[in-house]
Ligand binder design. Structure first.
Ligand SMILES: [Zn+2]
Ligand SMILES: [Zn+2]
Length: 277
């Protein structure tokens, strides 16, 4: 991915431009961490602390909780991955600033207002499609058992689980979601808004709290919570479109589980998992 070649290119220029580069990287890392800890901290305090006595009222899985040690481990892993992500994003921003060829643009006049408004919507669709297909690929037998299982250790999620995953998986996701930035002309403010939206709703979707969004296109938190509870189903991140398109949305008349691969479940009665492998 370009981050690697980008880093190499940066090293060649480092002695001349190290201070502004470090400034951009620190701002990029802090931006992600502040958003993550502000939202995760808020949901933790407002529900897991203040409403710990009535989980039936608000929790997607009211009888299942992470142990405090697991929650701390998830928070640490998320923080580590987000820091890596901030360094990569900051490096990319710095390389773009120095003239790396990219379709991202800075003056609205270049593509006009209509495209400036429409293109972030297209970017969102591309990023969400990339998230669906890359996530679904991680649910193949080998990738799931060796890599994606890290994230699925947390059957009942909390906001701190959001980016608690194998670092290789995090880099894979980040590469997949950055690809559209190299093919779609989009104003930088629109691109930043899309990636902030993606991070915030990832936190919301891992909150473990029953929450419907103000945005009609955004899936209910139960959708991704069910993904953690039932494993190989509901691979979509924000839109349910891709799961509905491919028949991988959870159905009440199928059974799911850690050994039922394929995304479509297995028959409930007398099932041998024959159509699930
Ligand atoms: Zn998964
Ligand atoms: Zn998840």
């Amino acid at each position: 991915m370009s981050a690697f070649t980008g880093t190499l290119g940066l090293l060649a220029l480092a002695p001349f431009e190290l201070v502004p580069y470090l400034g951009i990287v620190v701002a990029s890392v802090l931006g992600g961490l502040v958003i993550f800890w502000a939202f995760a901290g808020w949901y933790h305090w407002a529900y897991y602390v203040r409403r710990a006595h009535d989980p039936e009222q608000w929790k997607c899985q009211p009888r299942r909780f992470l142990r405090p040690g697991q929650n701390r481990e998830a928070a640490l892993l998320s923080t580590m991955n987000l820091t890596i992500g901030g360094v990569i994003s900051g490096t990319m921003i710095d390389l773009i600033r120095r003239g790396m060829p990219t379709p991202i643009y800075f003056e609205v006049e270049r593509w006009g207002w209509a495209w400036t408004i429409v293109s972030p919507v297209l970017l969102f669709l591309m990023v969400d499609a990339a998230a669906y297909y890359s996530h679904r690929a991680l649910h193949g037998k080998w990738a799931f058992r060796h890599i994606h299982r890290w994230h699925h250790r947390y059957i009942a999620t909390t906001p701190f689980v959001t980016i608690a995953m194998h670092p290789a998986e995090f880099l894979f996701f980040q590469a997949c979601t950055f690809v559209p930035l190299f093919v779609l002309p989009v104003h930088y403010v629109g691109a930043i808004a899309v990636f902030i939206y993606v991070l915030v709703y990832n936190i919301v979707d891992h909150s473990g709290i029953k929450l419907a969004s103000w945005f009609p296109w955004q899936a209910h938190t139960q959708t991704h919570d069910d993904h953690h509870a039932h494993f190989h189903v509901n691979f979509g991140q924000h839109l349910t479109l891709w799961d509905r398109l491919h028949g991988t949305a959870r159905r009440g008349d199928r059974r799911y589980g850690v050994d039922v691969f394929g995304g479509k479940g297995a028959p409930i009665a007398g099932a041998r998992g024959d159509d699930a492998a």
